[in-house]
Design a protein around this ligand. Structure first.
Ligand code: NDP
Length: 344
């Protein structure tokens, strides 16, 4: 019961953090994902007394956990290691009451409120509001050898791993802006960079394309795919070459290389929300422009899961802040509505 203008009113569905409601652990706000977007949302939500629970997922900290130096996040004049930065983000949110759970959400039901969620440990949850910050993952070719040598010469992040290929020869797979950017970046370290593209023209923007074609350390192999990544396990596990196939002539060749960088795009981590939230054709969540509102009232999205253009830590963090503010205001409006309904 609560007093308002001298009238005793009962708040519908009173919220007590973590208490069971309908056989489920109830929370005001659950955040799914723990990259810069999720942990910034957690910081703002915690400071607004929403006691957010962050389901950190299978890569706590997100994509920055596989990054070395982050030099473009404002406030860190001399750069900072990605994992270190994410630990700071987490601790800063926890200082105000955010709770991190090292589990991932396996199912969601956004068809009615409160929303129903379930974690991989079988915890049944109920949430008044949800912020989705599940990010995006680099696409891979799916070759067994690619998995085998991932981290041992195969990488999906030139910014993270380029440094390890000083004076070596590497290939970059892909023909989009990412491939151009990665290839250019790698020429800072590598002796030679070869772009392997499956068509005879790049998808990348003209300026990026021109930059690559003018770089004398970069060569392009057109109409070609990587069929296999070759390597050795002894004495050191490493990549030694690739098998290439020309898609027009079917000619197969071997090429010695030290590193293979995959730059064939990213896939938003939205499988969990199929049928539940509106998505673009490429799987990214749709949000109302200029906000974090998804197609379901009470569910908000931030970070790379709804952004395939900027994809920066700082933009993800900014949109995480927006999502927390949107969620806070929306929850406040719901409580007000409940009060009015009960009073009348
Ligand atoms: P894109 O989807 O634009 O490009 C992916 C590239 O990989 C395409 O050339 C594609 O070939 C190729 N590819 C996809 N799957 C395979 C496969 N299985 N085998 C071989 N090749 C494959 O992704 P990007 O990550 O490059 O860019 C995503 C978005 O981010 C774009 O909008 C881009 O403009 C933007 N971006 C902007 C940057 C900037 O402005 N600084 C930097 C990086 C990205 P095909 O062309 O034949 O389809």
């Amino acid at each position: 019961m609560s007093e308002q203008n001298g009238t005793a009113i009962e708040i519908k569905n009173p919220h007590h953090e973590g208490e069971m409601r309908d056989g489920r652990e109830g929370h005001k706000l659950i955040i799914i994902g723990s990259g810069p977007a999720g942990l910034t949302a957690a910081l703002y939500a915690a400071r607004a007394n929403l006691n957010p629970v962050v389901y950190e997922g299978d890569q706590p900290g997100g994509q920055l956990m596989i990054t070395t130096d982050v030099e473009n996040y404002p406030g860190f004049e001399n750069g900072i290691l990605g994992p270190e930065m994410m630990q700071i983000f987490r601790h800063q949110a926890q200082r105000f009451g955010s709770e991190s759970r090292y589990e991932y959400i396996t199912s969601v039901d956004f068809s009615e409120r409160p929303f129903k969620l379930k974690s991989d440990r079988g915890t049944k949850l109920s949430a008044d509001a949800v912020i989705v910050t599940t990010g995006a993952s680099a696409k891979l070719l799916g070759l067994p050898s690619e998995g085998k040598y991932m981290g041992y010469g195969v990488s999906a992040c030139a910014t993270c791993d380029g440094f390890f290929f000083k004076d070596q020869e590497v290939i970059v797979v892909g023909g989009g802006d990412t491939a151009m950017e990665e290839a250019n970046y790698l020429t800072r370290f590598c002796k030679k960079v070869t772009i392997v593209h499956r068509r005879d023209e790049f998808r990348a923007s003209k300026i990026m394309r021109d930059r690559v074609l003018a770089n004398e350390k970069i060569e392009v192999i057109w109409d070609t795919v990587v069929d296999e990544i070759l390597g050795e396990d002894d004495p050191v596990k490493k990549v030694t070459g690739i098998t290439l196939r020309n898609v027009k002539t079917d000619t197969v060749t071997k090429m010695p290389v030290d590193g293979v960088f995959m730059a064939i795009g990213h896939k938003p981590n939205t499988d969990l929300f199929q049928g539940g939230l509106e998505m673009e054709e490429n799987g990214y969540l749709v949000v109302k422009p200029g906000t974090s509102y998804t197609s379901v009232e009470g569910v908000f999205a931030a970070g790379d899961v709804q952004d395939h253009v900027y994809r920066q830590a700082v933009t993800a963090a900014g949109s995480g802040c927006m999502a927390a503010i949107d969620a806070e205001r929306w929850l406040e409006a719901q409580e007000h509505k409940d009060r009015v309904e009960v009073a009348s």
